[in-house]
Design a binder for this molecule. Structure first.
Ligand SMILES: [Zn+2]
Length: 846
């Protein structure tokens, strides 16, 4: 489903309003707009509320639940080129959706790459990871052969550029001999196929060409290609990967193996230029993007290359001579602010920019997916796919030409980006006309703080530190106690000294962000995020003072698990973090008799100390001594039925909750049994009003016997209203509103010890009486993001101020319910909010 970018403002509000009363109402398939022919595929909001996740296939489930899965990281082996791995070949799958389009199916890629490796000493292919569905992720490197020593020298030069840019700038042999790194990422959206085929065509040409120009080019360059970044989606014809995630929204979070592969490739290869090949926008679309531009970029170094390279790609597709390729849309040049922005670091090219790359999203033109896939004649689909393949190949070839022609300035500018970081220099103010069309609306910059300080000892701190380190942000550990800005910190405290090469990446994760509501009329995707405010670890900011303490570089956070209690004493674990929840679920799975003294406090009997020690070590959680005589209520692992979105299912699985997935369809089909369910989650794909009489009776009976209910978002609020769960009226903020919000905590379940910030997308608040307010929006709710009132001046942050964001209460059947107007599990990002949802589950399960 594609929603036009015009689906904002009143339209979105009406849609949300419609969802509240009738969640079965489908969003319009497309909203036409003459100027912007199509859109970045919209991956949020309504989508998240209408499709209930189903438990993933076994391979994905295994990866989902393995805490170690996220720890694996691909780094290149210290060897020369070619490397010529024989890739495993998989059985033919006649169901692969690529086949109908005349494109290469997933099972065809390994044989093709094996043949190319056999035929050419310029091609190396390797498997750098597995998709969520367990398929191979390939990296192809095309370059002239290198001895191991030559490859090692290339790696030393790459490192010098990053670690000591001033020395790299002076190094004449580096300037002469460093091979221009170029990276093409293809097919990150599984049903945008042809980037794969276009890049394979370019690989094949480079592998087999006998002309001197190609030979010389390969002596000066390395082309890296992640041939399909989403093989699960390629096979299934879906945008998402096998876990239901939009990988091109996951780069700041890295919850998925496909985005971790991107992270690892961009860090290891440090490309000067990269393309992320997508489709389908009617007219070919080539970034650079419109404002708002990410405020942490060295944007001058970017736009001076991005615009001419985009125009070079446009010229290349014009030369193809198709009536469909007479021009490209270059958003920076052709679109209004806010129509196609590069603000959040969740898209591949934007993420890559922080690693020194000139990043471009390329949208090939002719639609072959979704409804068109099923309705157009095969010949027309194949004509389109062939044309799209030509366009993808042309953009890649043009980028190779630009990168080769401008290799000296691209090198100098990557060095300059890292030099500014190390020097702590302010990003320059870019003058109007710096490139054609650059004006005041394009001017975004920030003041980098001198350092961030992360107190150690909690699983949240360890998670944040590991995340930063995995993304190549430099983190150090103080070797002694120290004082900074009048505050004393113990040895072992983590420091992010912002004088570092990738300071933009460090800051885009650790800053609060910015309220950009007044700057552009609408935004396309999330406008707020913050690992500092949403991931649960307290982080201090030192604006000006540099920490003065001896430090060591951190490659992995120190373990945090501990039992701070004498032997023989019962233990307490507070449910503050997703890891605390995971530990509790693990203990319950082991059959330990746990007790609760409140929504957030779990008591572990003294005799389970060995098991507690094991989960403390595994999940980094800390147990304390229970006060003598602490009793509490014994509880089991709740039986949970969930009509939830895929990202929520993932987050719940991360916390160790087994979830029986349900939906309107499965309830209507009678294939779900609610008789043993303790609590029912409704957030996506369950409409009470769309249930048939039998299914409705089953839900009614469930509620009448006191079954628990947890809801989230518009679908949950509609369920609450239709099924009469709690006497609350839901009010929807503008449908596209999103970001980090201030909240105040009140109630005992969700409010207990929660962060003062939360995350919203299509925020909701609750009015009425007869319930407990757990959490309210702050007096000035929006910290960072985009949230405007509707045209009538309603449904904005001013109206949400002080309103109930999360409520709890008792149902008519004497069950317990919790209703979320916030997004504590959104895309598995706000890790510091996870425990709120878990506490709601334990509480409502009784
Ligand atoms: Zn796409």
């Amino acid at each position: 489903m594609d929603l036009s970018r015009t689906l904002t403002g009143l339209g979105a509000a009406l849609l949300t309003a419609a969802l509240l009363t009738n969640p079965a109402a489908a969003a319009p398939d497309a909203v036409s707009n003459d100027r912007v022919p199509s859109t970045r595929d919209f991956g949020n909001g309504p989508d998240r509320n209408e499709t209930a996740a189903v438990a993933p296939e076994a391979a994905a489930a295994r990866l989902l639940t393995a805490p170690e899965a996220a720890d694996s990281r691909w780094t290149p082996r210290p060897r020369g080129y070619p490397r010529q791995t024989v890739l495993p070949v998989y059985p033919e799958n006649p169901e692969d959706r690529s086949i109908k389009l005349g494109l290469i199916p997933y099972h065809g890629i390994a044989p093709k790459l094996n043949a190319l490796q056999k035929a050419s000493d310029r091609v190396s292919a390797e498997v750098i990871g597995k998709s969520a569905g367990g398929r191979d992720l390939y990296l192809v490197t095309v370059t002239a052969p290198e001895s191991a020593a030559e490859a090692a020298r290339q790696e030393r030069w790459r490192e010098l550029i990053e670690e000591n840019p001033r020395a790299a700038k002076r190094d004449r042999s580096l300037a002469r001999g460093y091979k221009t790194p170029i990276w093409i990422n293809a097919n990150i959206h599984g049903n945008e196929w042809e980037g794969t085929d276009g890049s394979l065509r370019v690989i094949e040409r480079l592998a087999t060409a006998t002309d001197a120009a190609t030979r010389d080019f390969l002596k000066r360059s390395r082309l890296y290609v992640t041939v399909t970044n989403n093989p699960d989606g390629r096979v299934a014809g879906t945008r998402a990967n096998g876990a239901g995630f939009d990988v091109n929204r996951d780069h700041a979070t890295s919850s998925q193996p496909e985005s971790r592969a991107v992270r690892d490739v961009v860090i290891a290869t440090q490309p000067f230029v990269m393309l992320d090949e997508h489709g389908y926008t009617g007219t070919t679309l080539i970034e650079p993007a419109t404002p708002p531009h990410g405020q942490n970029y060295e944007y001058d170094l970017y736009i001076k290359h991005a615009l001419p390279n985009a125009e070079g790609m446009e010229a290349a597709i014009q030369r193809l001579g198709y009536p469909e390729t007479t021009r490209a849309d270059i958003p920076f040049r052709d679109y209004a602010p806010g129509d196609w922005d590069d603000w959040p670091p969740i898209f591949t090219p934007m993420y890559a920019m922080y690693h020194g790359a000139i990043g471009h999203t390329v949208e090939i033109p002719l639609r072959v997916n979704n409804a068109d896939y099923n309705t157009l004649p095969v010949e027309e689909l194949r004509r389109r796919a062939a044309l799209n393949t030509d366009v993808a190949a042309a953009t890649i070839e043009a980028t190779l030409t630009y990168s080769d022609t401008n290799r000296a300035t691209l090198l100098a500018d990557q060095i300059e980006q890292f030099r500014r970081g190390w020097a702590g220099e302010p990003s320059p103010t870019i003058p109007d006309g710096f490139v054609p069309g650059f004006g005041p609306e394009d001017r975004y910059r920030t003041e980098f703080p001198r350092a961030y300080v992360i107190p150690a000892g909690t699983p949240a701190a360890a998670r944040l530190v590991n995340h930063l380190v995995d993304h190549d942000v430099r983190v150090t550990r103080a070797r002694h106690d120290f004082t900074l800005n009048g505050k004393r910190y113990p040895d072992g405290t983590y420091l992010v000294d912002m004088h570092q090469p990738k300071r933009g990446l460090a800051n885009v994760m650790l800053e609060a962000g910015r309220d950009i509501s007044d700057l552009v009329p609408q935004m396309y995707d999330i406008s707020g995020w913050s690992h500092r405010l949403l991931w649960g670890a307290p982080v201090d900011i030192s604006r000006n003072a540099a920490p003065r303490v001896a430090t060591s570089r951190v490659t992995k956070a120190a373990p945090t698990g501990a039992i701070d209690a004498p032997r023989g004493r019962d233990l307490i674990l507070s449910l503050r973090d997703g890891n605390d929840v995971r530990a509790v679920n693990e203990l319950l799975t082991l059959g330990i008799k746990l007790r609760r003294t409140g929504a957030a406090t779990v008591v572990v009997p003294a005799e389970a100390r060995p098991e507690a020690a094991a989960v403390a070590q595994r999940f980094g959680v800390r147990f304390t001594a229970a006060p003598r005589g602490t009793r509490g209520e014994v509880f089991d692992q709740p039986v949970i039925a969930g009509a939830v979105s895929a990202d929520e299912l993932f987050a719940l699985t991360e916390m160790g909750f087994p979830v029986r997935t349900v939906s309107t369809a499965t309830l209507n089909a009678g294939t779900v049994d609610l008789s043993d369910v303790d609590t029912l989650i409704v957030s996506s794909g369950l409409s009470y009003t769309a249930l048939n009489a039998t299914a409705r009776a089953a839900v009614d009976a469930y509620l009448a016997r006191g079954g628990g209910v947890v809801t989230r978002g518009a679908t949950g609020a509609a369920f609450n209203a239709a099924a009469g769960v709690l006497p609350a009226t839901a009010v929807a903020g503008r449908g596209d509103a999103n970001g980090v919000v201030n909240v105040t905590n009140h109630g005992p379940v969700v409010g207990a010890g929660s962060l003062p910030h939360s995350f919203v997308y299509s925020p909701i608040w609750f009015t009425g009486s007869g319930f407990t307010v757990e959490q309210r929006y702050g007096a000035d709710p929006l910290v960072a993001g985009h949230w405007l009132p509707n045209d009538a001046g309603t449904n904005g942050p001013a109206q949400a101020a002080g309103q109930a964001a999360v409520i709890s209460g008792t149902t008519a059947g004497d069950g317990r319910a919790v209703l979320f107007g916030t997004e504590p599990l959104f895309r598995a990002h706000p890790k510091g909010l996870y425990a709120q949802f878990a506490r709601a589950l334990f509480h409502t399960a009784g």
